[in-house]
Design a protein around this ligand. Structure first.
Ligand code: GLN
Length: 180
């Protein structure tokens, strides 16, 4: 099995290292040809408007949809795979949730906290200018923070408002792989 990590912005090598620590081949995705033979792809955090624009320009988002490639979207990546972002649709509308960008406000741009994740247990979540999930439709909530969903799955797709790669903990990446 080989998975991809979208290489436009964000902690690309950190995600790759975690997959490799689990014994799974992972490669950087920069163009549509890189999507050949992948079983899934991670869209890392960064600036969702920039990542989205470049994905559209290069035809990557359309190709992911056509290949029905499972996506793990973290932070900005989650924004791109949500059906409702403040009234607009993400470019890869895979998760039936409503989001608010930068939902914790500017005075609390970043924080970390211990989360409890279904099927995983304790996990250190790092929230960096994170979006907030306002409503969950069909998705299954896997973790919450202050009674709000912060990790949701629908089919093989996974969305997290936080960054799972910062401390090198591989449990969330393993959960994504186990479902592919
Ligand atoms: N605030 C960013 C956005 O709206 C997301 C931040 C992140 O990915 N860490 O795109």
């Amino acid at each position: 099995m080989e998975v991809g990590v979208l290489d436009i912005q964000g902690d690309v090598s950190e995600h790759i290292n975690i997959f490799e620590s689990l014994g799974v081949k992972a490669k950087k995705v920069r163009r549509t040809a890189d999507l050949e033979n992948l079983s899934g792809i991670v869209i890392p955090g960064g600036e969702s408007t920039v990542i989205g624009r470049i994905m559209l320009e290069r035809g990557i988002s359309i190709e992911i949809l056509e290949k029905e490639l499972p996506v793990m979207g973290t932070c900005a990546g989650l924004i791109l795979i949500s059906k409702d972002v403040e009234g607009r649709q993400g470019i890869l509308p895979l998760l039936d949730i409503s989001l608010k960008r930068n939902g914790y406000g500017s005075q609390r741009e970043s924080f970390e906290t211990d989360l409890v994740i279904n099927g995983i247990g304790r996990f250190r979540g790092v929230f960096i200018r994170a979006p907030r999930i306002i409503k969950v439709g069909k998705g299954e909530v896997l973790a919450s923070y202050k009674n709000e969903a912060v990790m949701v799955s629908e089919g093989k797709n996974l969305g997290l408002t936080f960054h799972p790669e910062i401390y090198g903990d591989s449990k969330i990446h393993k959960l994504f792989l186990d479902r592919l």
